[in-house]
Design a protein around this ligand. Structure first.
Ligand code: URA
Length: 245
């Protein structure tokens, strides 16, 4: 048995809050009867309708996708470019990405149809570590690496402290490979952080998310998360959210 508002939200109709409003407004029926109380629980056999339309109940699913470069982190693209949901076209569930990676960024992207899970992971106070490997133009000075570690000022505020490691330097090509670990998820954050210290990012890949890695996957491949991995992510996100509230 699950709470009615959770079932409506899980079907992708609205957020949990909006689903509560729909119930209070008398727009929800269970087995043909209008329900306006929030405490009601329903089983998988109960017929739930919102605005007279039966909802499609979906089991939550969780995937880890190795997103290739040149793919949009979205469910549709008006310019007809490849989107991350194209890799899940065989699934009947309405799967969408948890956050986003830029069109040109490759790497680990979580995909789910569980809105609560996605919101929890994307919450600004959920500090889940994300490990990126960037190929940048030039060879950053030690003092600039320190700036990244301490936090740099971007137009949307100072970044939180990061862990940064120079993995290799190509003096001939004048490029460097740098690992950077952050827990924020601002738009184009890693690219903007390197720009702030004067180094353009030429290539970017997300290699780790929490404890999850791309191990065993090639670009364009996905695997289902184990129940343990889903739980571990929830715990990581909730612990850090509590710590920071
Ligand atoms: N930082 C970026 O700049 N781009 C991404 O896709 C992810 C993090």
């Amino acid at each position: 048995m699950e709470r009615l508002q959770k079932v409506i939200a899980a079907a992708g109709i609205a957020s949990r809050r909006k689903s509560e409003d729909l119930i209070k407004q008398g727009k929800v029926k269970v087995n043909g009867n209008v329900v306006t109380e929030l405490g009601v629980k329903v089983s998988p056999n109960d017929k739930v309708e919102v605005n007279e339309i039966p909802i499609q109940r979906e089991e939550p699913v969780y995937f880890l996708l190795y997103k290739p470069r040149g793919v949009i982190s979205s469910v549709t693209d008006d310019k007809g470019r490849k989107v991350v949901t194209d890799f899940f076209s065989n699934f009947k569930e309405r799967i969408y990405p948890v956050g986003r990676l830029d069109y040109d960024t490759s790497g680990l992207l979580l995909m789910t149809n569980d809105g609560d899970f996605a919101n929890l992971l994307m919450h600004p106070r959920s500090e889940i570590e994300k490990v990126y490997v960037a190929k940048v133009k030039g060879i950053p000075l030690r003092e600039n690496i320190k700036k990244l570690e301490r936090g740099v000022m971007l137009k949307d505020g100072k970044t939180a402290p990061a862990k940064v490691k120079v993995l290799s330097v190509d003096k001939q090509k004048h490029t460097s490979i740098i690992e950077i670990i952050i827990h924020e998820g601002r738009n184009r954050q890693v690219r903007r952080m390197f720009e702030a210290i004067g180094h353009e990012v030429l290539k970017l890949k997300r290699e780790r998310y929490g404890k999850l890695t791309l191990h065993g996957l090639n670009a364009g491949e996905a695997r289902e998360l184990t129940p343990h991995e889903v739980k571990q992510l929830r715990v990581l996100a909730m612990d850090s959210k509590q710590k920071n509230s």
